[in-house]
Write a protein that binds this ligand. Structure first.
Ligand SMILES: [Cu+2]
Length: 121
């Protein structure tokens, strides 16, 4: 009987340790996700916007950085947001996402380079 109780106690203890570990893992994952969405960075590399489509929240900052040796720019289709100047290598450009909606943009130097920002509430 005594052995049975202590076995049960041990099982309960192991269970709570396992649960605690799971909770910690879940918490770590959430924190990591929050950090990466806060960044909202678009890399310009090899004549492309990466990611090509990004989803951000209204009011979020969106930053482009040019990782090419060529100059690139960010110009909104329909002038929905402020356009960048020509961005040199490692130069950044930021906007604050406005009203929810889908915003297309392109590079005025290479109009075939296009990207999309989806702004949600
Ligand atoms: Cu370009």
């Amino acid at each position: 009987m005594i052995t049975l109780i202590s076995k049960n106690k041990m099982a309960a203890l192991l269970c709570s340790i396992a649960f605690l570990n799971l909770s910690l893992f879940a918490l770590g994952g959430e924190m990591k996700n929050a950090d990466s969405t806060k960044q909202n960075r678009i890399e310009i590399k090899d004549f492309a916007f990466n990611p090509q489509t990004i989803t951000v929240k209204s009011g979020d900052k969106v930053t482009w950085i040019n990782r090419d040796e060529e100059p690139h720019s960010v110009v909104s289709v329909g002038k929905k947001f402020q356009k960048s100047s020509g961005l040199d290598t490692d130069q950044e450009f930021s906007i604050i996402a406005g009203a929810p909606g889908t915003y297309e943009y392109f590079c005025s130097v290479h109009p075939k380079m296009t990207g999309t920002i989806v702004v949600v509430k």
